[in-house]
Write a protein that binds this ligand. Structure first.
Ligand code: ZN
Length: 198
């Protein structure tokens, strides 16, 4: 990209490090930003910096939040005796969009993947087991239906079984390897309602 001056090239190359942004998209975004009013660019960059600096894990469910405890965990109307285990915060958002789930969540931040060298100690599993020392009626495992998601579901179920807590798995109406966040709300609700005991 020698035909662009240094700062333009730098902007393009920074943008192209983002997921899903190829060289072409990075150029388009860079030129869009260069034509934006300076105040809007400042707002955009501040939003990025603020979110990155202030967002951390909820100390109860480990979803991403800028409060100590996320809005779901701090809502007294949510049923804390029902915990849905998801792989990441985007999956949680997908279930929240259905507006029908009244329990709370536990975000693992990943799934067990021997191929990628991700073991049980690399996701928030220990934290889940600690939560189960409180009164819990049901753990709903809503990891993806990918190989990693299924491996994780089996692992968790084996871990929880001896505690006597009911463990269920969402129905497999969810396409294999499909990320939960891309599945429509009706399918998600069906998967939740059709969950079976493990
Ligand atoms: Zn929370």
């Amino acid at each position: 990209m020698e035909y662009y001056s240094n700062q333009i090239s730098r902007l393009i190359s920074e943008l192209s490090t983002l997921p899903g942004i190829g060289a072409k998209s990075a150029q388009r975004l860079a030129f869009h930003i260069l034509h934006m009013p300076v105040e809007e660019v400042e707002q955009l960059s501040e939003a990025i910096i603020d979110a990155r600096k202030n967002v951390h894990y909820c100390k109860e469910c480990f979803s991403l939040t800028d409060n100590e405890v996320c809005p779901i965990c701090s809502n007294p109307k949510r049923n804390k005796r029902q915990i849905m285990v998801v792989e990441d915060t985007r999956d949680l958002a997908a279930y929240e969009k259905t507006g029908k789930y009244e329990g709370v969540y536990h975000v693992l931040h990943g799934a067990i993947s021997p191929m990628q060298g991700i073991g049980p100690g690399d996701i928030k599993l220990k934290e889940l087991m600690q939560r189960l020392q409180q009164d819990v009626d049901e753990v709903i495992i809503a990891t993806n239906s990918s190989l990693e998601g299924e491996t994780t579901a089996m692992y968790i179920s084996k871990l929880i079984k001896p505690t006597g807590i009911k463990v269920t798995r969402i129905a497999s109406g969810v396409p294999v390897g499909g990320d939960l966040e891309y599945i429509d709300e009706v399918t998600l609700l069906r998967a939740l309602e059709g969950r079976t005991e493990l």
